[in-house]
Design a protein around this ligand. Structure first.
Ligand code: GDP
Length: 446
C-alpha cells in the first residue's frame, strides 16, 4: 500500500526525533521538515502542509516547556492532532439503520471504481447481518450490468438490471420498488458515470435521485487524482446532495494522502476507502485510527473489527481478556498467527496490528509473509507447553533453542528470528495492558 510509504516516512521522522538526546528547535524543525516533505510527496496541498507546520510550532513552544515535561510526547501528540484535523471529513448526512429500508445512491465519474465499490459496500454490510440489494441503473457504460451481476452473484447479493431497457430512471425506480417489497434493508443504486463532469451526467443523476428518493448519496472518487480531488468533490457537491464520499484505489497511488486531505477540505465526509480490487479490500474510514496507523501506531479498532469477523464468537471473550492482561506468551502469538492466516488479505490485517507496520508486510508479498508465519508456527509446534506458556524469554536458553531447531527441522537462525519477533510483539502487547477494548463489534452504522 503506497500510503505505507507516507506512514513510513512520518514514523521514521518521529523515530529520529525520539532518538535525539535533546529535543531543541533544530531537532523539531528537522522532524517537521521531514514530515512536510512526505506529505507534499503524497500531493497534500502546500498551504495545508505549511499551516500544519505553523500550528505545531505554535502549540509546541520548546522554551515554555518546563524541564521535566515530556517534550517528545507533546510533539508527537501535536503532530497526531494536526494530521487528524487535516483529514477530518466530518459526519455523513445519513447513516442507514439495520432492519429499516434505506436507499443509497452511488455517483461518480466513469472508472472511479463506482460499480466495484457498490458491491464492496453491499458485501461489507451483508457480512454484518444486513440484507442488501444492488440495482444497476448504469445504462451508459456497456458491460456495467454484467460487471455488477457478476460481482453480486459471487457475493450472493440480489441484483436488478436490464439489457433491454435504456432508461436509467425507469430501471432505478423498478429495482428500488422490487427490493422494498422483498424487505431489503439496504437498497444500493449504481448510476452511470461519464468521463468528465458534464451537464448530461448531472441531469441524469438528478432524475434518478428524484425517482428513487435516496436517503444517502455516496460520491465515489479515485484517489490517484490527488489534490485535484478538491475541485471534483466540490463540483459533485454542488450538483447533487452528496452525503458521504468513498475514496478508492488507496492501495496503488502515491497521491492518496493528498486526495483524502483535499476531500476533507471540502467538508465531505469520507466513510470508506477502497484498498484493492477484491471485494473485502474495503475499510471503514475513521480518522483517528487511520492516522494512528499512518504513524505506525496500529489501528486497534480496525484490527478488532477483523477479529470479530473471523474469530468464533465463543473464543472472543477469552482472546480479549488475554490481550488486556498484557501477558504475552508464545502460545498467544501462535494463536494470533492462526487468526491472521484466517483473516484474508494479510497485508491489510498486518498494517492494523499495533506494532506491525504495513512496510514490514508489504502488499504483493503476502505469500512470503504467510510462508514466514507458517515456518514460525512449525517451530512453535516443537516447543513444550512450559515454553509456550511462559512469558520469560530467559527460559529459552541455548540448549532449548537447539532442541527446538532439531525437532522442527528448521535452522537455529530461524528459531532465533522467531524469538526476536516474539520479543518485539511482546513489547507492543505490554502497552495493551489495561486497555479498554470494545467487547462488542464497534460496528459502523453506515
Ligand atoms: P466505474 O466505471 O466507476 O464503475 O469503475 P469500476 O468499478 O469498473 O472500476 C474501474 C477499475 O478500478 C476496475 O478495474 C476495478 O477493479 C478498479 N478498482 C476499483 N476500486 C479499486 C481499489 O480500491 N483499488 C484498486 N487497485 N482498484 C480498484
Amino acid at each position: 500500500m503506497v500510503l505505507a510509504q507516507l506512514g513510513g516516512s512520518i514514523s521514521r521522522a518521529l523515530q529520529q526525533m525520539s532518538n535525539a538526546t535533546i529535543i531543541d528547535e533544530k531537532v523539531l524543525n528537522e522532524c517537521l521538515n521531514e514530515i512536510s516533505r512526505a506529505l507534499l510527496q503524497a500531493d497534500v496541498q502546500f498551504k495545508m502542509v505549511r499551516d500544519m507546520q505553523t500550528n505545531i510550532k505554535k502549540i509546541v513552544n520548546l522554551d515554555d516547556l518546563a524541564a521535566g515535561h515530556n517534550k517528545r510526547k507533546i510533539i508527537q501528540q501535536a503532530i497526531f492532532n494536526e494530521l487528524c484535523k487535516m483529514l477530518d471529513p466530518g459526519k455523513p448526512s445519513f447513516t442507514p439503520k439495520k432492519g429499516k429500508t434505506s436507499i443509497v445512491m452511488f455517483v461518480g465519474l466513469q472508472g472511479s471504481g463506482k460499480t466495484t465499490t457498490c458491491t464492496k459496500y453491499a458485501y461489507y454490510h451483508q457480512k454484518k447481518g444486513w440484507k442488501p440489494a444492488l440495482v444497476c441503473a448504469d445504462t451508459f457504460r456497456a458491460g456495467a450490468f454484467d460487471q455488477l451481476k457478476q460481482n453480486a452473484t459471487k457475493a450472493k447479493i440480489p441484483f436488478y438490471g436490464s439489457y433491454m431497457e435504456s432508461d436509467p430512471v425507469k430501471i432505478a425506480a423498478e429495482g428500488v420498488e422490487r427490493f422494498k417489497k422483498e424487505n431489503c434493508d439496504l437498497i444500493i443504486v449504481d448510476t452511470s458515470g461519464r468521463h468528465k463532469q458534464e451537464a448530461a451526467l448531472f441531469e441524469e443523476m438528478r432524475q434518478v435521485s428524484e425517482a428513487t428518493k435516496p436517503d444517502l448519496v455516496i460520491f465515489v472518487m479515485d484517489s490517484s487524482i490527488g489534490q485535484a480531488a478538491f475541485d471534483q468533490a466540490q463540483a459533485f457537491k454542488q450538483s447533487v446532495a452528496v452525503g458521504a464520499v468513498i475514496v478508492t484505489k488507496m492501495d496503488g497511488h502515491a497521491k492518496g494522502g493528498g486526495a483524502l486531505s483535499a476531500v476533507a477540505a471540502t467538508k465531505s465526509p469520507v466513510i470508506f476507502i477502497g484498498t484493492g480490487e477484491h471485494m473485502d479490500e474495503f475499510e471503514v474510514f475513521d480518522v483517528k485510527p487511520f492516522v494512528s496507523r499512518l504513524l505506525g501506531m496500529g489501528d486497534w479498532s480496525g484490527f478488532m473489527d477483523k477479529i470479530h469477523e473471523v474469530v468464533p464468537m465463543d473464543q472472543q471473550p477469552e482472546l480479549l481478556q488475554k490481550l488486556t492482561e498484557g501477558n504475552f506468551t508464545l502460545r498467544i502469538m501462535y494463536e494470533q498467527f492462526q487468526n491472521i492466516l484466517k483473516m484474508g488479505p494479510i497485508g491489510q490485517v498486518f498494517s492494523m496490528i499495533p506494532g506491525f507496520s504495513a512496510e514490514l508486510m508489504p502488499k504483493g508479498r503476502e505469500k512470503e509473509s504467510q510462508a514466514r508465519i507458517k515456518r514460525f508456527m512449525t517451530i512453535m509446534d516443537s516447543m513444550t507447553n512450559e515454553e509456550l506458556d511462559s512469558s520469560n524469554p530467559k527460559l529459552l536458553n541455548e540448549s532449548r533453542i537447539l532442541r527446538i531447531a532439531r525437532g522442527s527441522g528448521r535452522p537455529v537462525r530461524e528459531v532465533e528470528e522467531m524469538l526476536e519477533e516474539y520479543k518485539r510483539l511482546a513489547k507492543v502487547w505490554s502497552k495493551m495492558k489495561g486497555l479498554k477494548i470494545p467487547k462488542k463489534d464497534a460496528e459502523a452504522n453506515w
